[in-house]
Design a protein around this ligand. Structure first.
Ligand code: ZN
Length: 160
C-alpha cells in the first residue's frame, strides 16, 4: 500500500549525522508507527516518505530547515544559579525542565560558574543535517477515530 495522507505507516530507521555517527535507530526495538500527513514527523521525513510503498528502502538527506531547525543563539541563556532550587551539583550535560516563552521545554546545561548556569534550549538535533536510512515496513489506512484524534491507536500508538 502507498503512503498517503491519513495512512498509518510503520518504519524502521537509522539516523546518522554527516560524520557517520549513529544518532538514533529503531534496530533492536519496535518500528516507529505514525499517522502520515498530519505533521507527526519532521517535514523532511514526511515529504520523503510521501508516495512510497510497503517494502521501499529510502535514503533521505534532510537539512536542518526541514528537520529540527537551525541552532538559535537566543535559545542559549545564562541564568542565576539560585533559580535551580533544590538542584545541587549542577554540571554541564545535565537536563532540566524549564518554563520558557514557548512553554515547558527541556534545557541542557552547557556551562556553570560560581553564580550562573548557562542553559541551551535548542533541540539537540537543531543545526544537524539528518541522514535517514528508512524502510517502509507496513502501511494501512487509518481508522476514522485515528484521523479524528490525529494519532495512531493500538500497537505502537496510543493505548486508550
Ligand atoms: Zn486517540
Amino acid at each position: 500500500m502507498k503512503v498517503t495522507k491519513n495512512t498509518v505507516v510503520s518504519i524502521d530507521y537509522t539516523l546518522t549525522n554527516d560524520a557517520g555517527d549513529v544518532l538514533d535507530t529503531s534496530q533492536g526495538a519496535q518500528p516507529l508507527v505514525y499517522l502520515h500527513g498530519v505533521g507527526g514527523l519532521i517535514p523532511g521525513m514526511e515529504r520523503g516518505l510521501d508516495g512510497s510503498n510497503t517494502g521501499d528502502e529510502l535514503k533521505l538527506k534532510i537539512p536542518p530547515a526541514e528537520g529540527y531547525g537551525e541552532r538559535r543563539q537566543e535559545l542559549i541563556d545564562r541564568v542565576p544559579k539560585k533559580m535551580f532550587q533544590g538542584a545541587t551539583d549542577i554540571k554541564p550535560g545535565m537536563q532540566f525542565q524549564a518554563r520558557t516563552p514557548q512553554g515547558m521545554q527541556v534545557v541542557k546545561v552547557v556551562a556553570v560558574d560560581d553564580e550562573s548556569v548557562t542553559v541551551d534550549a535548542n533541540h539537540e538535533l537543531a543545526g544537524v543535517t539528518l541522514n535517514f536510512d528508512v524502510k517502509v515496513v507496513d502501511v494501512r489506512p487509518a481508522t476514522e477515530e485515528e484521523v479524528a484524534h490525529g494519532h495512531v491507536h493500538g500497537a505502537g500508538g496510543h493505548q486508550h
